[in-house]
Design a binder for this molecule. Structure first.
Ligand SMILES: C[S@@+](CC[C@H](N)C(=O)[O-])C[C@H]1O[C@@H](n2cnc3c(N)ncnc32)[C@H](O)[C@@H]1O
Length: 272
């Protein structure tokens, strides 16, 4: 399914893609003119947005390290994006070389580049699938025989659940994923919000309607609901920079400026 220039045949170059816009903001090379135009327009409305994306990456890195500390050595990273520096497998395998990671993304460019990057890393796998079909993600992940679903698993949903509209019942999708995970597993979510946001940020988020992956901003309470009955780790669902910063100096005066909440919860064994 490759075009002559090495790109997957199913890429639609007439519309910007969220993964490629995100790649551009992070300084990556896997984006096209149509993506850069949208990125620049968003950036001119919200100079903060590139910072938001970096803050999201930083949150994910800290969360993965906490999961490793909890003894988790296998990860299902859904909405993993185009590989840039500091990918989950790099963070995890630097701490535990035996850590296993499956990347999942709906975007064919993200999937193609992930496969390319991971050639030779036999503790990683890549799946081209849609979070709106968690049953298929789980079936494909099991088929790869890389993760052991009887052992604690890290489910990573960083910056992706806001691409699921309410009509697609994100709460049910997440419940399906949680139900597949053994006790001791952890769920990591970061999610854009309208809470505490200036108008220009909300306007910029609306531009996402031009991509195939429109964003739905949600409240802290709605985002907290995605963790179901799992136990939220301290400090709960907070603006991303406030989630276990490496040092107090990493948190500036306005942590809400990055427009997204982050949290981590653990599947504890029921008592009794
Ligand atoms: C903002 S990026 C986040 C990348 C990475 N998780 C991170 O935090 O650095 C969102 C990613 O989610 C992917 N995505 C959007 N909707 C999706 C869906 N329904 N299923 C799977 N992936 C999706 C996009 O293609 C994009 O690569």
């Amino acid at each position: 399914m490759q075009k002559q220039d090495g790109l997957p045949a199913e890429i639609d170059l007439s519309r910007p893609s969220a993964a490629r816009v995100y790649d551009y903001f992070l300084g990556g090379a896997h984006n096209f003119e149509i993506d850069r135009q949208l990125a620049e327009q968003i950036a001119s409305m919200t100079p903060n947005l590139a910072g938001t994306m970096r803050a999201g990456r930083e949150f994910l890195r800290r969360a993965v390290r906490v999961l490793l500390h909890e003894g988790i050595d296998q990860f299902l990273d859904i909405g993993s994006g185009i590989p840039t520096v500091g990918n989950v497998h790099e963070v995890a395998q630097a701490v535990n070389p035996n850590a296993r990671i499956i990347y999942v993304d709906i975007d064919p460019v993200a999937v193609a580049h992930s496969r390319e990057l991971l050639v030779g890393n036999d503790r990683t796998g890549v799946i081209h699938a849609d979070l709106r079909d968690p049953g298929r993600i789980l079936a494909q992940a099991r088929a790869l025989e890389l993760l052991d679903f009887d052992r604690p698993l890290g489910i990573l949903l960083a910056g992706v659940v806001h691409f699921i509209g309410d009509d697609d019942r994100p709460g049910d999708l997440l419940a399906t994923l949680r139900a597949a995970a053994a006790p001791g597993s952890c769920l990591v979510i970061s999610h854009s919000t309208f809470e505490d946001q200036p108008r220009e940020m909300l306007d910029a988020q609306r531009l996402s309607a031009r991509t195939d992956t429109e964003i739905t901003l949600r409240s802290r309470a709605e985002i907290t609901g995605f963790f179901g009955d799992w136990t939220l780790l301290e400090p709960g669902v907070v603006h991303m920079p406030l989630w276990r910063p490496d040092s107090a100096s990493d948190v500036d005066d306005n942590p809400a400026q990055f427009g997204a909440f982050g949290g981590v919860a653990r599947h504890d064994q029921p008592v009794g």
